[in-house]
Design a protein around this ligand. Sequence first.
Ligand SMILES: NC(=O)c1ccc[n+]([C@@H]2O[C@H](COP(=O)([O-])OP(=O)(O)OC[C@H]3O[C@@H](n4cnc5c(N)ncnc54)[C@H](OP(=O)(O)O)[C@@H]3O)[C@@H](O)[C@H]2O)c1
Length: 340
Amino acid sequence: MRVLVNARHGGPEVLVVEERPTPTPPAGKVRLRVERSGLNFADVAARVGLYPDAPKPPMVLGYEVAGVVDEVGQGVTELAQGDRVLALTHFGGHASHVVVTPTLVRRIPAAMSFDAAAAIPVNYLTALHMLRYVAPVQPGMSVLLQMAAGGVGLAALEILKAIGGVTVLARASTAKHALLQQKGATHCLDSRAPYVDEVRALTGGRGVDRVIDALGGADWKRGYELLAPAGHLVCFGWANMVPGTTRQPLHVAREFLRLPLFNPMQLMSANKAVSGVNLGHLWTEAKLMGGHLDALLELFSRGALAPHVDSVIPLSDAKRAHERLQSRASVGKVLFDCQA
Ligand SMILES: NC(=O)c1ccc[n+]([C@@H]2O[C@H](COP(=O)([O-])OP(=O)(O)OC[C@H]3O[C@@H](n4cnc5c(N)ncnc54)[C@H](OP(=O)(O)O)[C@@H]3O)[C@@H](O)[C@H]2O)c1
């Protein structure tokens, strides 16, 4: 099989494709022939050396795949050879084949392409977990959505549209605003411009009920201040930490200094909540994650989800995929064609 290896920490030049023996699935596991796998911001942060959860180089990253079950280990009854599936992989997904436990594998409907299927697991699980479980959004509420034209952002827009009656203030660069409107954003804000005064003006000074923020650092502070009473800030990433293609220690130190400090007394008297979400640390919560996956497949079958794929790039051209995501040029999901 072929795997995409991050030979060491650094720029996109550290990515190399290697041939390795194709593993046989042990009892209780299945092997998938991977058609598409998703590239996530976490993969870029891991490549740079700013993602503490990642394995040490040389490492094979990749959290999500879509493909076909091509060999079944002893004792597996829920999946069969030939099943079209999507799956969460705790690393190792950027490869032509991967061995997984069936718990976080789901058969996909005939109407779902491998492109759509590989675009769903990480982005849509994250968005659904935040908007329906951690900080549930109800009709009539307002939401400030940072990084709205990214994979998670577009997934969040579709889930908010399915909830209905939500005022969504979505930030992205202006070239992406038409797509945000099409996906249901109420107001589009320029991600290259200040936003605090604009959010206040658009909400009549009240602020918003939810802030969904993976920018981190000073933006978490701004988001907290923009919360209306009983509002909820969900922190789920720190993109501000990764401005260049390699690790920049001075920038990292400056970002830490910009972190807001919250204490329970302050939260209580302000009637505000702050939550953190890290999907990578919910891996063992198979019941919760499996329930979310089922909810997403149900939303897909109702026509509520239409994953926006930015590009499908051969595994052999992985540098281009990383550069596209990191340069902020991508809109929606960047996928690998794992058989090319
Ligand atoms: N905690 C979790 O479980 C979890 C799961 C998935 C993702 N995440 C996090 O969620 C964030 C978004 O992920 P994604 O996959 O949706 O990202 P993505 O598809 O790469 O989209 C990122 C977009 O956000 C905008 N952006 C604004 N400021 C940015 C900055 N400082 N650096 C990079 N992009 C910036 C860019 O669009 P404009 O230039 O148009 O603004 C960019 O195209 C990442 O930080 C990721 O680590 C967390």
